[in-house]
Structure formats: structure tokens, C-alpha cells
Ligand binder design. Structure first.
Ligand SMILES: Cc1ncc(C[n+]2csc(CCOP(=O)(O)OP(=O)(O)O)c2C)c(N)n1
Length: 390
């Protein structure tokens, strides 16, 4: 058994000071110490984002890495299932590393709850299947450095995640309580819907690009959105998020928290619905430089136009209820440009709900630049705008 600081101090010395995740009772002593550090107490200068799901945590950490941070994602092995999609379709293709601390409920010798039985039996195997190498969490003070060295050298060499599997009692419980987050004020929603003919996704993105400054980083959701953005222009400030559907908002949050330049997320309605919890995380963390655009065609356009449930959803009002600074409801290019310009001028986070027509050009290209190159050039693009970390 080690103290939380036995692990956190050497981690911080190697630059790992951005944490996110979802709690597990086995993680309590570690996570509470991180939360305390993120709020300025004890082991100060750690950042912690309380994610709504483990998959979102992986996306947030990826965004933070793009903004220059070294990251740790902590969760229960139940949540490893939630994280499989981004670990395999975001970290792997883009070669984005993160140190995973995954607990082992239902592990050997534990008479645990029935819901942990299967995952308890397969946790190490599942990590191997998804190609995340792992070691037992270092639970003796003199084994911590060596374990961190193995993990970091693997991540440095491959650009891929590495996991520690934490068992019950690995970290001493010092009875620290984690404080709750403050409730943000509710911002306005500007209803600028006109009910006229809807422009398509491409025309809408072109209109937004006319307004955005060159300092803005843009993260485009999976499917045709990224492909269309690439077709309009391939620039270092564009990140085409192939895979990890629903992860664009989390990635945008992780990036926005760590840079001063505007971060703009081009989300789809289907993708936004898949990880709607991200809106609560964004509202709570309140990055002023984040503009979350939901390009809502009411369909899963990229997979053949099946209906989404978005016609029932006023995304800007959901965002408002989640604590965004402002929401905008637009359905024409004039309103879209105006909402974008206003969002750049006033502190966010902003959600712009843009209704668009389904469909895209017939011969749509795919990014010819590889995901690892896209990630690295985006990271370099953001480098001059990194916030100073203590
Ligand atoms: C986790 C996951 N589920 C399903 C898919 C398949 N898929 C790729 S794009 C897409 C549609 C996305 O819809 P939306 O976000 O509304 O964007 P649009 O295609 O309309 O631009 C789907 C279902 C996927 N890539 N990942």
C-alpha cells in the first residue's frame, strides 16, 4: 500500500498533471487527492476534470494532450467498456498517449458484487485485446518510479496508451473528502430560427470559416463532417476526428482548457446525442474559448441518412441548462455568421445549434494526411497558445 502522493509526486515531476476520469471506490484515495490538488490544496498544480463517462474522459485527455499536456485517465474496470471505443478508434489511429489507471473490481480472490464478475475475469485480457499494455498499479513506494518509467518509455516510443491495473487497498485511504463543484449561472439562448430553406453542411462550414480567425483550432466530428472540412481546405488548425463518435466535444474541452486560442467543435447531431453528458462537463468546466457547433441535419447522414432523435432536441437549451455561457439557435448562413462572430467576442462556452439540410457532395474525398500527422500538426499549431502550467 502506498500514499497517494507516493504516486502523484513522481508523476507530476515527469509532467503528468492533467487528470480526468470517473470514480471507483478503489480509486477514492487517489482521485480525492487529485481533486484537492486541482482546487489548489495539498498536492497543488494538478488539473482534474470530472467526466460524465469513461469514454468522454479518454476524449478529454486526448484534447489536453493536443494542447501540450501529459495526461492520466482514471476509471473503474466497469467503465473500461465505455472507454474501448475511443481507446481503439481515437488513441490508436491518432497515436495519442495517456496513462490509464483502471481498477480491478471482481479481481482474483475478491468476493465482489455480481455485476463485476465477468469484467473482473477479463480485465487484463480485454486490455490486451484492445492493445493497451499494462502493469499492476505500483503499490510499494520503491516500485513507483520503475513502473512510471516503463509506462512513459512505452508511451514515448509508440504514442499509445499504457495502463496500470489498481487493486483494492493499493493506495492508503486518508479520509480526504472531495469538494463539490459550484453551480454556474444560466446563460441566455438566442432564438434566431427563421424557418427558411436550410443550407447544407459544406456551405455552413464555409460560412463559419469566413468568420473564424486563423488562430482558431477546429475539431470536426467523425463521418462526412471531417471529410467535407478537409475538402474545403486542409490546414494545420483542422483536426478530422475519424472514429470515436461523440468524442469531438470532449476533445474540444480538453484542448480549450489548456490554450488561449478559440477552439471550435463541429459536432453532428447524432454524435452530440451519443455523448450528451459532455455538455454537462463543458458547462461545469466553462472554458471561455470553446465554441461548440452542432450541425444538425436530423440524420445520421454519414451512414445513409437514418433519422436521429434530434428533431426533438433544442441543443442550445440543453447547453443552457448544463451551464454554457450562451446558446444560439440558427438555421441560415446570416444567423450562423452572426452567432459565430458574437461567440468569438464574448466569453463562452457557447453552443451554436445550426439546423442544416442533410446530404453532401457525391464525390467526397477523405483526408489524405494520416491521423498521427493530423494530431501532431494540430498539437504544433496549438503550441504557441498553450496556457502556462504552474
Ligand atoms: C461508436 C460509433 N457508432 C457508430 C458509428 C458509425 N457512424 C459513423 S458516422 C455516423 C453518423 C454520425 O451522425 P451525425 O453525428 O449526425 O453526423 P452526420 O453524419 O449527420 O454529419 C455513424 C452512426 C461509429 N463510427 N462509431
Amino acid at each position: 500500500m502506498i500514499d497517494a502522493d507516493d504516486f502523484l509526486t513522481p508523476l507530476r515531476e515527469r509532467g503528468y498533471d492533467f487528470f480526468t476520469g470517473v470514480p471507483c471506490s478503489f480509486l477514492t484515495p487517489l482521485i480525492n487527492k487529485v481533486v484537492e490538488g486541482s482546487l489548489g490544496g495539498g498536492n497543488a498544480r494538478l488539473d482534474y476534470v470530472a467526466a460524465a463517462s469513461e469514454g468522454e474522459a479518454v476524449a478529454i485527455a486526448s484534447g489536453a494532450w493536443l494542447a501540450g499536456r501529459e495526461t492520466v485517465v482514471m476509471f473503474q474496470n466497469s467503465g473500461l467498456g465505455n472507454a474501448v471505443n475511443p481507446l481503439t478508434s481515437l488513441n490508436h489511429p491518432f497515436q495519442i498517449p495517456t496513462l490509464v489507471v483502471c481498477t480491478w473490481r471482481g479481481g482474483p480472490g475478491l468476493n465482489d458484487e455480481p455485476q463485476h464478475e465477468v469484467m473482473g475475469q477479463i480485465t487484463p485480457d480485454l486490455l490486451e485485446v484492445i492493445r493497451v499494455p499494462h502493469l499492476p498499479f505500483p503499490n510499494e513506494a520503491d516500485s513507483v518510479d520503475q513502473a512510471i518509467t516503463v509506462a512513459t518509455s512505452y508511451m514515448d516510443k509508440t504514442g499509445l496508451p499504457f495502463a496500470f491495473i489498481m487493486e483494492k487497498g493499493d493506495v492508503k485511504d486518508d479520509g480526504l473528502d472531495a469538494p463539490t463543484l459550484p453551480a454556474p449561472d444560466m446563460g441566455p439562448v438566442h432564438d434566431m430560427f427563421t424557418g427558411g430553406d436550410l443550407p447544407g453542411r459544406m456551405k455552413s462550414m464555409e460560412a463559419i470559416l469566413e468568420v473564424l480567425p486563423d488562430t482558431a483550432g477546429i475539431i470536426a466530428t467523425t463521418g462526412k463532417c471531417g471529410r467535407e472540412l478537409f475538402t474545403i481546405a486542409d490546414r494545420e488548425q483542422h483536426l478530422y476526428q475519424v472514429g470515436s463518435m461523440g468524442g469531438a466535444a470532449g476533445m474540444g474541452l480538453g484542448a480549450a482548457l489548456n490554450v488561449t486560442s478559440p477552439i471550435v467543435v463541429f459536432d453532428g447531431d447524432g454524435a452530440a446525442l451519443m455523448k450528451l453528458g459532455s455538455m454537462a462537463t463543458i458547462g461545469a468546466m466553462r472554458p471561455e474559448n470553446l465554441i461548440h457547433m452542432v450541425l444538425d441535419n436530423g440524420t445520421y447522414d454519414s451512414t445513409g441518412g437514418q433519422p436521429t432523435t434530434a428533431p426533438a432536441v433544442r441543443f442550445a437549451r440543453v447547453a443552457q441548462a448544463c451551464g454554457y455561457a450562451a446558446g444560439w439557435e440558427v438555421d441560415d448562413l446570416t444567423g450562423l455568421k452572426q452567432a459565430t462572430a458574437e461567440s468569438l467576442k464574448t466569453p463562452g462556452p457557447h453552443l451554436i445549434h445550426m439546423k442544416i439540410a442533410p446530404g453532401s457532395m457525391k464525390e467526397l474525398g477523405r483526408p489524405t494526411v494520416t491521423p498521427p500527422d493530423v494530431a501532431r500538426r494540430f498539437r504544433e499549431f496549438l503550441a504557441p497558445y498553450r496556457k502556462a502550467t504552474a
